[in-house]
Design a protein around this ligand. Structure first.
Ligand code: FES
Length: 320
């Protein structure tokens, strides 16, 4: 089963930085689009069958367009290459906006940390916080100036004074002093991070080492890290509503095994990032492989992502 989708037209395509294009998407009928909140993303359904998630990076007060930006990934499995091949005037199929990375209400201050293309949801958050006259700072880390998308937009924005750029190939003095940033926090500060997995792990671990509690740390992963599946074994899943028991072979996903017996679960990213397939676990112990649940949620063991996660117990009973 697939989530609801709609066709939108590419109105503008801009090379924002080396290997990064932005796309402005508008409704085909010239009408408005569904509103969205800062941190939202859309699923883009590509003609090659792939589904990719892209954060909306325009001002969340706008309803006449959605803006996304896509980095051409050297290790692409086809998504970013197909996106870069799209041209103005073409239509693409997208989902309605979803938000797994919302801003906290009533934060006293927000620290926004972007690594590379992770600037996209962060940019949207900065627009929102600025519009609300809320206190925030944005640190934007990138490899070099020519890979820094939206630099001009940020420099000419009304909140330019709250933005700091940090280039990996730049002088030492401008590099991000993360320990100082996370150490210098006032009560009610929330931290948001988006970027490559290594960057995000560094930020989250540094914050935790400086006594930040989990509810103040917000993150969004773009793609899952590679997982070693060579030791994967087989196990069983039981569909609670029917009692049916289905074997999951080592080279199969739970989603795949269920589908082969006519049990459909809605999916999107199929790599443990989006949370669309989240399913309740009634019995048994999941082997979590996703980037969506927090470690506390994973530890509870009462839900898992069957697109990529497996089982530590011989059987999982699923609330399906
Ligand atoms: Fe995205 Fe499973 S489909 S987490």
């Amino acid at each position: 089963m697939k989530a609801t989708t709609r066709l939108v037209q590419i109105a503008v395509k801009v090379l924002e930085a080396r290997d990064i294009y932005s796309f402005e998407l508008v409704a085909q009928d010239g009408q408005g689009l569904l509103p969205f909140s800062a941190g939202s993303h859309i699923d883009v359904h590509l003609d090659n069958g792939l589904v990719r998630q892209y954060s909306l990076c325009n001002d969340p007060g706008e309803t006449h367009r959605y803006m996304i930006a896509v980095l051409r990934d050297a290790t692409s499995r086809g998504g970013s290459v197909a996106m870069h091949a799209l041209e103005v005037g073409q239509t693409i199929r997208i989902s309605d906006p979803k938000n797994h990375f919302p801003l906290a209400h009533n934060a006293g201050h927000s620290i926004l940390l972007a690594g590379g293309i992770g600037i996209t949801p962060i940019l949207c958050m900065a627009e929102r916080l600025s519009n609300a006259d809320a206190s925030f700072e944005l640190h934007y880390c990138s490899r070099s100036a020519d890979r820094t998308a939206f630099a001009e937009r940020l420099r000419s924005s009304s909140f330019a004074a709250s933005v700091q750029f940090h280039y990996s190939d730049g002088p030492e003095a401008q590099k991000l002093d993360l320990t100082a940033v996370v150490a210098n926090r006032r009560p009610g500060t929330h931290l948001y991070v988006c970027g490559p997995a290594g960057f995000m792990d560094w930020v989250l671990e540094t914050a935790r080492a400086n006594s930040w509690s989990e509810e103040l740390l917000h993150r969004e992963y773009f793609s899952a890290a590679a997982i070693d599946t060579s030791d994967d074994g087989s196990f069983e899943v039981q569909v609670a509503s029917t009692g049916k028991v289905i074997r999951v072979d080592p080279n199969q996903t739970v989603i795949g095994a269920l589908a082969s017996h006519g049990v459909e679960v809605i999916t999107s990213c199929e790599q443990g990032v989006c949370g669309v397939c989240l399913t309740r676990v009634l019995e048994g112990t999941p082997d979590h492989r996703d980037m969506f649940l927090t470690s506390a949620e994973q530890a509870r063991g009462d839900q898992f992502t069957p697109c990529c996660s497996r089982a530590l117990s011989a059987r999982l009973v699923l609330d399906l």
